[in-house]
Ligand binder design. Structure first.
Ligand SMILES: N[C@@H](CCC(=O)N[C@@H](CS)C(=O)NCC(=O)O)C(=O)O
Length: 232
C-alpha cells in the first residue's frame, strides 16, 4: 500500500496518473495547501520542502522499513522502478525519457508555475513578468510540439515523461496558450486526455476538491508569503 500525500494541482496529478495506469494499491492523504496543511510537522518529516506531492511506500522492494519520497520527478522514477513500467530498460530510451522528465521538472513546471502566478494570482499586474512567463511557456510548448512532430509520445511508448508534462498543459488557457498553435502537442494532449487512467485520475481529484485552490486572502498569504522565516 502506498500513501500518496496529494492536492489537486498539476504536480499532484502526475502521480495519480501513474498510479491509475498501473493499478498499484494506494490511499490518498489530502494535504490542503490553501489551509497550510503542508506545514504539519508529520508532513514535513516526509516532505521537508513543504510541497505536495509526496509518498510513503509501506512495502518497498528492499528492507522492511517504509520509504518516503518527495519531488514528483523522483516519485515517478521510484514508481517506474518499483513496477517496471513507463520507464524503458533500453539505455537510450530510458535516458531519453529521463532527460525529458528533467526538462519538465526544471523548465515547463517552474515556468508555467510562474506564469500562473503573475498572470492569475499576483495582486498587481506586472506586464514585464506576465510577458516573460507567457513567452517562455510558449517557447517550451514550441519545443514539445517540435519533439512530438514525428513521434506519438515524448520518448518511446507512453512514459513518466508524458505523465510529468501532461498536467502542466491542462491549464493552457490560463497560461495564455492556444493549443491550435501547436498541432502535434494538441494531438498528444487529446490522446492522453482520453486514456481511461487519465479520466480516472482527474475524477479522483474531483472527489477531493472541486473548486480552485487559491480563493481567499488567507490562502494567498499562506502560499505566497513564504520566506526563509517560514522554514525556521
Ligand atoms: N518540484 C516540486 C514542486 C511541488 C510544488 O510546487 N507543489 C505545490 C503544489 S503544485 C505545493 O505544494 N505548494 C505548497 C506551497 O507552496 O506551500 C515537485 O515537482 O514535486
Amino acid at each position: 500500500m502506498i500513501d500518496l500525500y496529494y492536492w489537486t494541482t498539476p504536480n499532484g496529478h502526475k502521480i495519480t496518473l501513474f498510479l491509475e495506469e498501473t493499478g498499484l494499491d494506494y490511499k490518498i492523504i489530502p494535504v490542503d495547501i490553501a489551509k497550510g496543511e503542508q506545514f504539519e510537522p508529520s508532513f514535513l518529516e516526509i516532505a521537508p520542502n513543504n510541497r505536495i506531492p509526496a509518498l510513503v511506500d509501506h512495502s518497498p522492494a528492499q528492507g522492511d522499513e517504509p520509504i518516503a519520497i518527495f519531488e514528483s520527478g523522483a516519485m515517478l522514477v521510484y514508481l517506474a522502478e518499483k513496477t517496471g513500467q513507463f520507464l524503458s530498460d533500453d539505455l537510450r530510451v530510458r535516458h531519453d525519457t529521463l532527460q525529458w522528465l528533467f526538462w519538465q521538472m526544471a523548465g515547463l513546471g517552474p515556468m508555467a508555475g510562474q506564469n500562473h502566478h503573475f498572470n492569475v494570482y499576483a495582486p498587481e499586474k506586472i506586464q514585464y513578468a506576465i510577458d516573460r512567463y507567457v513567452n517562455e511557456t510558449g517557447r517550451l510548448y514550441g519545443v514539445l510540439n517540435k519533439r512530438l512532430a514525428d513521434r506519438e509520445f515524448i520518448a518511446g511508448d507512453y512514459s513518466i515523461a508524458d505523465m510529468a508534462c501532461y498536467p502542466w498543459v491542462v491549464p493552457h488557457e490560463r497560461q495564455g496558450q492556444n493549443l491550435d498553435d501547436f498541432p502535434h502537442l494538441k494531438r498528444w494532449f487529446d490522446a492522453i486526455k482520453q486514456r481511461p487512467a487519465t479520466v480516472r485520475a482527474y475524477e479522483k481529484a474531483k472527489e477531493i476538491n472541486q473548486g480552485p485552490t487559491i480563493t481567499t486572502d488567507e490562502a494567498r498569504k499562506i502560499l505566497f508569503g513564504q520566506s526563509a522565516k517560514t522554514v525556521r
